[in-house]
Design a protein around this ligand. Sequence first.
Ligand code: BTN
Length: 257
Amino acid sequence: MQNNTFSTLFVGQNLIKLLAVDSTNNFMKSMVSNSEPLPEGTVIMAENQFQGRGQVESKWHAEPGKNLTFSILLHPVFLAPGDQFRLNMAVSIAIQRALGALIGECLSVKWPNDIYFGDKKLGGILIENIISGSRIKASIIGIGINVNQQVFENDLVSRAGSICQILQKDVDLISLLAQICSHIEVAYLKLRAGNYSNLRQDYLNYLYRFNVKANYRQNGEVITGKIIDVSERGLLSLETEKGVLSYNFKEIEFIQS
Ligand code: BTN
């Protein structure tokens, strides 16, 4: 099971490459629920993910063979379900660091965990947890990164971007996957060791539109405000003329400027 491309202890050491699958998250979830013995850190990647899922029941589109679409299996049994946002923060920070080494500045995390370059979305994260009693028994970390895709269709044209558009050259998918796995492992081991001291501050440092006045939509109404905090549980705090308002995911939508 030793994977020599990955200089990790366990994340990515068991790498399952699929030519085509509906969704790597679905595939991994069914393996886990059928009690397939998968070691922690197993990565399932797909060359062609034809029914990728995103947050809020959206779809994740990725041109086959050009992008990273993969899922990582973790067992964060040390986290109570109420603390699951810690894993979101850790994974978002890890991806920022991995991509930052390649791209440099202008990367950010759009709350809760979209990966942005300027105002373009480069990637997204879909974490699905399997809860048992008061613990998170398994976590399927689904990650999609636009890597070598040059053309985006329809409504994605103005909103999505890719690494090759930024760097003006193609990037090796497996090397990038290895870098991401390595940063996720470091962040995860820190969480597992109970070291949360800088987690939220690091996340806030990467946050898209942090402390910037911008427009948002809530229940069809446009509100102007500044993101001033994200709580331990993942609630977004917006400073508005009505005071500081707090939002759960799905309750508020960013309006692109
Ligand atoms: C989002 O931004 O809405 C989250 C997108 C997550 C996409 C990834 S691609 C690999 C994994 N499998 C899926 O079906 N979705 C995630």
